[in-house]
Design a protein around this ligand. Structure first.
Ligand code: V47
Ligand code: SF4
Length: 374
């Protein structure tokens, strides 16, 4: 019965390609965006998802530290940033405040601290090194996923160092991996319009290439649902796929749904459930060399993140605890979820909840492992 319906679908030929494990083309991606047959699309994405990750859905016990919102860029889609310390709502955490927040490691049992801020116009390189070094010394077993490619390029520029040297020093201080932010949409047309001061697509990809070459793995994002076209979304995915063919350094792809409130683009409508599910599913299908597709529940909403577990997604991120970037732009999701809540969402969707660390190694709480107890 299902097969009959799929055979009648306008994307039946793409379905056959997916079944045969063949790589999808730009044109296939475009047709997937154009179809309204979201059930066939979801079914295809689910085939690809289960082939890679079976029935497992990953979550992580983590928390975010957004160390400062002062940023030299003024991306039109960003409600988080402030130009300077004098601007209303600007903040920058002292080292003591950062260390105080990091104590959550103990109460939560977190395995990851996710650290992101703006491109701060005056912080010296030593401040970032100190931040990573102190956190690593205090919590040596906790993975520090810190600084988007935008921050890395900016820190390098401030330090007068190459990206390679900057990454080298940060890695030696304890940096574990890079988050996937700052990619936005690679199209030059879109960047000129929404984030003209931000580093170019080429530079973002170059920082990631260097990080991967250096043994630092990373994620990759795409900010969608603003002024970009379907073609520009597919092009973004293809450029990520191309770099991944070269480095194999990306762990997950995370489509980020644009939140317009309090931004310079507040005239735009928030994304729809249809676009969100399509983008996750198409991401799963186009990025055949990415192991994981992540639904960041903070941006997607809890309910849709749960449903997305049947639309290509195998990871719903983590406990998070406190998030400022999306909440500044009107996100209505809570600041954090408990492990029990995350597990319930996954189990109710018929998936098997598995706690992972940042590098997707399985965490078994309370069960001694050969190397160490978690
Ligand atoms: O780079 C900014 C985006 C990113 C808005 O790697 C917005 O695991 C929506 O990258 N609406 C930062 N998005 C967050 C990020 C991230 C989040 C969770 C997990 C990971 C990971 C990475 O947030 C920015 C930008 O692309 N952003 N403003 C907004 N109004
Ligand atoms: Fe700055 Fe990042 Fe906001 Fe752009 S998205 S203004 S780089 S904090």
């Amino acid at each position: 019965m299902i097969t009959e319906l799929i055979e009648k679908s306008e994307v039946a030929d793409v379905y056959h390609k997916v079944q045969e494990g063949r790589r999808l083309s730009r044109e296939d991606g475009m047709r997937l965006y154009r179809t309204h047959d979201i059930l066939t699309l979801g079914h295809m994405a689910n085939i690809a998802r289960e082939r890679k990750n079976g029935g497992v859905a990953y979550y992580i016990v983590n928390f975010h530290i957004n160390y400062s919102n002062i940023c030299k860029n003024k991306c039109r889609f960003c409600a988080f940033s402030r130009k300077g310390p004098e601007e209303d709502g600007a903040y920058e955490m002292t080292m003591d405040e950062i260390m105080e927040r990091a104590k959550r490691v103990r109460t939560l049992g977190a395995t990851e601290i996710h650290i992101v801020g703006g491109a701060h116009p005056s912080w010296p390189f030593s401040r970032y090194l100190e931040m990573i070094g102190k956190l690593h010394d205090a919590f040596p077993d906790v993975h520090l996923q810190a600084f988007t490619a935008v921050e890395i390029a900016h820190i390098a520029e401030m330090a007068g160092l190459s990206v390679t040297e900057t990454l080298d020093q940060l890695k030696k201080a304890g940096l574990g991996s890079l988050p996937g932010g700052g990619a936005e949409v690679f199209s030059q047309r879109v960047r000129a319009e929404v984030c003209p001061e931000k580093l170019s697509a080429e530079k973002w990809l170059e920082v990631m290439r260097e990080a991967h070459r250096f043994g630092l793995r990373s994620n990759a994002t795409m900010l969608y649902g603003h002024i970009e076209t379907e073609e520009e979304r597919i092009d973004h995915m293809l450029r990520l796929r191309e770099l991944q063919d070269e480095t194999d350094g990306f762990m997950s792809f995370i489509p980020l749904a644009f939140h317009p409130a309090n931004t310079q683009m507040s005239d735009k409508s928030p994304t729809t459930g249809f676009l969100d599910l399509k983008t996750l599913a198409i991401g799963r299908l186009m990025l055949d060399n990415f192991e994981h597709i992540k639904a960041f529940w903070i941006m997607l909403g809890i309910k849709l993140a749960q449903v997305s577990l049947w639309f290509g997604v195998d990871d719903i991120d983590g406990t998070v605890v406190e998030e400022r970037i999306t909440h500044a732009a009107g996100a209505e999701t809570p600041q954090g979820l408990t492990v029990e809540e995350l597990k319930r969402l996954i189990v109710e969707a018929g998936r098997v909840p598995v706690e992972r660390d940042t590098l997707y190694r399985v965490i078994r709480r309370g069960i001694p492992r050969a190397d160490h107890d978690v």
